[in-house]
Design a protein around this ligand. Structure first.
Ligand code: ACO
Length: 348
């Protein structure tokens, strides 16, 4: 079902909803990977005028992972992918659809998914990237589940992967303290035995707010080289306070909508996995929906905001910790540049 919602403000939103498909689709495996190097808030104190106290109280972030030189988004993505494939009990050559959600591709072209295809031997897969910032993993899930649901594909590998450290202005304290590198992946397959399925998804976009959060340089509007953008404009720029407000509103609405489409009430949700950008955003959402704090999975203290990877890493960690059991209802919500937002309910 698609509709446009004209709002009272100049902002206009396009929202797309869908419920369980005639051919249901389940998550058969998850995986994640973060680079070894840990950058703490104390390390950042030596780089910009900030403090562990400011970062912790304003965001909840204590440390983040930074990829080493020569470790690109495709490498990070491939590590997460291998783990998801292993859990699903399939190999790279069984994958027929491979989608990487990223805003930090190895190269503008070809797609990072093509490098991943090579790294993991997904020789039978159609591979491409999508760009929906922090909502990217859930956008990829929506594309993949419809492709499988239509009977066109059998095994989809979806990955949220970022090397944000390559696109952060390390002299800007407003942004550099927030982001980190990492990847999360999931294998989607048809749900043949009736066990586990994606019950609902809702996606939204508001292109009237592109200026709030972007990487202005490096694209055709402002090429990075040889004659183009100064180095700083190929880095993340954000109007934090405005983004904060939109994030709370959009994720609250997406959470409620996804639960409604799944035919559930919020109290039936066993675990909420929200986008891991800021603990205060998560707290503000919880004030607005009727869900216990114990039902929320949070790992942003360890990784910061890893954009498209954040929900995917959190899903894998929760899964591997045994926090999600068969029959549980998991609510995933995300928000990012675009503006984009998304929600999904998965019956595990
Ligand atoms: N250390 C110390 N002081 C700082 C720092 C820092 N790292 N950063 C900003 N400040 C200062 C500011 O300069 C400002 O000082 P002033 O009052 O003298 O002007 C003060 O702290 C307050 O700044 P605010 O921006 O108002 O701080 P706020 O409480 O809003 O927190 C933050 C900023 C953390 C960025 C918050 O707004 C936020 O989380 N926004 C949402 C981010 C988000 O959700 N992004 C999701 C999408 S990401 C993607 O799509 C890639």
């Amino acid at each position: 079902m698609r509709y446009r919602v004209p709002l009272a403000s100049p902002m206009s939103q396009s929202v797309s909803d869908s419920q369980s498909l005639p051919r249901p689709v389940r998550i058969a495996g998850t995986g994640s990977y973060v680079p070894e190097h840990v950058m703490t808030n104390h390390d950042l104190e030596k780089m910009v005028e900030t403090s562990d106290e400011w970062i912790t109280t304003r965001t909840g972030i204590r440390e983040r992972r930074i990829a080493k030189e020569g470790e690109f988004t495709s490498h990070i993505a491939s590590e997460a992918a291998r783990k998801a494939l292993e859990m699903a009990g399939i190999t790279g050559s069984d994958v027929d659809l491979l989608i990487v959600a990223t805003i930090t591709p190895d190269t503008l072209t070809p797609a990072t998914a093509c490098y991943v295809q090579q790294h993991i031997g997904a020789t039978h897969a159609v591979a491409f990237d999508i760009s929906a910032a922090c909502s990217g993993f859930l956008y990829a899930m929506e594309i993949a589940r419809h492709a499988i649901g239509a009977g066109v594909y059998q095994n989809a590998l979806i990955i949220g992967a970022e090397k944000l450290s390559a696109f952060v202005n390390w002299k800007d304290r407003n942004t550099c303290v927030l982001f980190g590198d990492g990847a999360g992946a999931a294998v989607l397959t048809p749900s043949t035995n009736g066990c586990g399925r994606i019950l609902s998804t809702t996606l939204g976009t508001d292109g009237s707010q592109v200026e709030l959060l972007n990487i202005p340089g490096g694209g055709s509007a402002c090429p990075a080289s040889p004659c183009g953008a100064p180095e700083q404009s190929a880095t993340l720029a954000m109007q934090g306070r405005e983004v904060f407000k939109h994030a709370v509103n959009a994720m609250r609405a997406a959470a409620n909508r996804a639960v409604e489409l799944a035919g559930l009430s919020i109290t039936e949700i066993d675990l909420l996995i929200p986008h891991q950008a800021n603990l205060r955003i998560i707290d503000a959402i919880l004030e607005r929906i009727d869900l216990d704090r114990e039902k929320v999975f949070i790992n942003l203290d360890k990784y910061g905001n890893t954009s498209a990877a954040a929900v995917a890493i959190a899903l894998d960690e929760a899964n591997r910790k045994g926090l999600i059991q068969p029959g549980n209802y998991v609510l995933l919500v995300a928000f990012g540049a675009g503006l984009t937002w998304a929600g999904a309910v998965v019956e595990w």
